[in-house]
Design a protein around this ligand. Structure first.
Ligand code: T5A
Length: 217
């Protein structure tokens, strides 16, 4: 067992921003450097949390309102943290997670109009001190993200959140940018309109500067 805690990296942003694509690229780049790296996602990442993901994305919790949705996302997060994230960090691995607690703050908090105090309390209970070391916020205009998500989906049905109207997604984008402005020590905003490899290069620069160089120092 390593005595050094690993590093926790999260990706955030609106629909179709390219998070899953960039998680794969970053994990490959870290592994190529010989760093044990675990790729995961939210909602999900552990068997119990994946079961809750199905219910959430099918819209089964939506009729109960944003507060109940935030609680179910948090329940999934508790299991994910306990079963996968904390054990991986404890053995010194890097964890790269596609969405985390900032998504609850943006989707249920800001867009769902929940009070900051509610989200703060929930985050304190669920996340505690397992805060990300680095959060990469992929930013792009709402219309472009929704078009990408729709193209990737092919003819498939929209999920619970993709189905929300454009004003919801605009509020979401502003909320992620506000999170980045409030936490510059942890967050880096990446222009996600650029070609995939340019986006990946910007992400790698942030990881090198903020995590690898400091880890080696
Ligand atoms: N949610 C989640 C909450 O409401 N509260 C919470 O607390 C949490 C954790 C999860 C949903 O749950 C909500 C948010 C979400 O609505 P999901 O299926 O995981 O659902 O949805 P997303 O995370 O939004 O994932 P998407 O798959 O929609 O988007 P990604 O992962 O950002 O994008 P990606 O990589 O799949 O790319 C989309 C398409 O664009 C292309 C890709 O090839 C792909 O076809 N692409 C690019 N095209 C051009 N240029 C680039 N730079 C590109 N990068 C990718």
């Amino acid at each position: 067992m390593s005595t050094t805690r690993g590093r926790f990296i999260t990706f955030e942003g609106g629909e179709g921003a390219g998070k899953s694509t960039q998680v794969r690229k970053l994990v490959a780049a870290l592994q190529a450097r010989g760093i044990e790296t675990v790729a995961t996602r939210e909602p999900g990442g552990s068997p119990n949390a994946e079961a809750l993901r199905e219910a959430l994305l099918a819209g089964l919790v939506a009729p109960l309102g944003p507060a109940a949705e935030a609680l179910v996302f948090s329940a999934a997060r508790i299991d994910h943290l306990d079963k996968l994230i904390r054990p991986a960090l404890a053995r010194g691995a890097f964890v790269v997670c596609d969405r985390f607690a900032d998504s609850t703050r943006a989707y249920q908090g800001a867009s769902g109009k929940l009070a900051d105090s509610f989200i703060d309390g929930l985050e304190a209970i669920t996340v505690g001190d397992t805060q990300p070391d680095l959060t990469l916020i992929l930013d792009l205009p709402v219309e472009e993200g929704l078009a990408r998500a729709s193209k990737r989906r092919g003819g498939g049905e929209v999920d619970r959140f993709e189905a929300e109207d454009v004003s919801f997604h605009r509020a979401l984008r502003q909320s992620f940018l506000a999170i980045a402005a409030a936490h510059p020590e942890r967050c880096v905003v990446i222009d996600a309109t650029q070609p995939m490899d340019i986006v990946a290069a910007g992400i790698w620069r942030a990881v090198e500067q903020r995590l690898l160089e400091r880890t080696q120092a």
